[in-house]
Design a protein around this ligand. Structure first.
Ligand SMILES: C[S@@+](CC[C@H](N)C(=O)[O-])C[C@H]1O[C@@H](n2cnc3c(N)ncnc32)[C@H](O)[C@@H]1O
Length: 285
């Protein structure tokens, strides 16, 4: 971290097109994400028109402004530095996206993230780690988080893009990394599905850490082999192989986890073709 701060101190002036100024100790300094990084961040987050996006530590406002210009997202940028908030407001006005954007002087640990679809950030690693409980507690399943350069510790990312940038003078070797996480639904517990086409009742016991699932499946009195169990926001997928009533099945279960129910389509292979069958499961008390 010390190395990171020293390298920022030595080259921040060259990096920022907006004015640069001193920062308080321990606080993420103002360093802009290069345009190519902003583009990748938004590409991974895919904000929808009208969706709420928050940039935590918004600097000159470039992410919020670009999200409004290119995607029609309703963006909020929060920054601890009032001069940067004023600068961001001016830039939003110049870009003609004043009505879609707002910028507030606020400590990012106090920003209300409920109802927000996309969170973007370019913060120091320890700040990211401190934010994880808040992100998980306040964001809804399916919300996207994108971070420039630093990950979220134990929470595995869903996607990552690495790009080389001539203008990148902080971080590692002129490279930027852009990470994406989807807030996972809560899929923990015991689920039961009635699938008459596949021998009757199926039981799923799901343990979950972030979006990674450990699933035990029983059907027709047999334990099944489970592969690739994973959540992507509310979307659950697992491949189940085994014998039910003496008949072999190789089945892809896909569905959406909402309010204690899973709805979806399973695809069962008879060795040649995949037959789609609607399925639903309910969580047992
Ligand atoms: C590395 S800059 C990122 C700017 C912009 N998000 C971008 O990617 O171009 C981090 C910003 O976070 C702001 N910041 C640092 N600590 C903060 C805090 N506790 N609350 C709000 N903003 C903070 C800094 O003032 C700075 O503008």
């Amino acid at each position: 971290m010390r190395k990171f701060l020293i390298s920022i101190l030595s080259c921040a002036a060259a990096l920022v097109s907006a004015p640069s100024w001193a920062w308080d100790d321990g606080m993420t300094p103002f360093v802009v994400s290069p345009d190519a990084v902003v583009e990748r961040m938004l590409y991974l987050a895919q904000p929808k028109a009208g969706e709420r996006l928050v940039d935590l530590g918004s600097g000159d406002g470039r992410i919020v402004i670009e999200a409004a210009k290119r995607f029609g997202a309703r963006g909020l940028g929060v920054d601890i530095d009032p001069r940067l908030v004023n600068l961001a407001r001016d830039r939003a006005k110049q870009a003609g996206v004043e009505s879609l954007t707002s910028f507030e002087v606020q400590d990012l640990f106090e920003t209300d993230l409920r109802g927000v679809g996309v969170v973007t950030m370019y913060l120091l690693p320890e700040v990211n780690l401190k934010l994880v409980p808040r992100l998980l507690a306040q964001l809804k399943p399916g919300a996207r988080i994108v971070s420039h350069d630093y990950d979220l510790g134990a929470w595995p990312f869903d996607e990552m893009i690495e790009l080389a940038l001539a203008e990148k003078m902080v971080g590692s070797n002129g490279r930027s990394r852009v990470f994406l996480w989807l807030v996972p639904a809560d899929a923990r517990g015991r689920w039961v599905a009635e699938v008459p086409e596949l021998g009757g009742r199926w039981h799923f016991d799901v343990a979950q850490e972030y979006q990674i699932l450990d699933v035990q499946v029983r059907a027709g009195g047999s334990n099944m082999v489970v592969r690739g169990a994973r959540l992507r926001g509310e979307e659950i997928r697992l491949v189940v192989t085994g014998l039910v009533g003496g008949k072999g099945y190789n089945t892809l279960f896909a569905g959406k986890v909402t309010d204690g129910r899973i709805h979806g389509i399973l695809r069962v292979s008879d060795g040649e073709n995949y037959k789609p069958i609607p399925w639903k499961a309910t969580r047992q008390p």
